[in-house]
Design a protein around this ligand. Sequence first.
Ligand code: F6R
Length: 242
Amino acid sequence: MEKIIKTTYEEVSKLAADIFIDVIRNKKDAVIGLATGSTPIGMYEELAKAYEKGVVSFKNVTSFNLDEYVGLDPKNETSYRYFMNEYLFNKVDININNTYVPIGKEEGIEEACKEYEELIAKHGPVDIQLLGVGEDGHIAFNEPGEYLHANTNVTVLAQETREVNSRFFNSVEEVPTKAITMGMGTILKAKRIVLIANGEKKRAVMERLFADDTVSTDFPISFLKLHPDATIICDRAAYPGK
Ligand code: F6R
């Protein structure tokens, strides 16, 4: 696991965007894995800028998002599909039919998990997967616990995650209780993984991650230590150490 520490969030965003641009320029039909949340917003802005300048084209790219809330319509402004359209897909030349975000429909959700897993297997392997990390160490929505799922699954969100994510909603009660998420195995199958983290709120997670070589289901991010090509990029506020 490689660790890169940048001074600012802007530098983290720029470097992560440059890595993705490099992958796409070298493989026009790259399959990329994407994340939502606050952390990737700067990187998506960089990608949109690079597209406008003609530095990169997403024309033949296929994307898979990590997760989606269960019970939110894709048109709902707090859904991850809406987020992706807003922050990236509508700003670049990607074919929207080649952008996949899990469908968080209550009905037939188990089947939807299986289908998403199969779809990734069909188009994959993912060339490069972007990740953020929760303050409790979750990756995608694989929450800390006694065990983790290998495949795309429906998860009950930790109360802490709902509280942290309530900033996107009117109240914590509005935050869905469940999500559909790629599993740990789904994520680890990507050829390359880039995790970005910034700000003091992520410091405890970064310090625990870099403290030793242990891997534990109560700290899902630690599974990245098992991947042959995982890079953690964070700013100084998230990790003041070396
Ligand atoms: C989002 C996702 C989550 C976030 C994590 C951090 O698709 O998979 O694991 O990456 O909750 O969120 P932010 O970036 O808002 O701190």
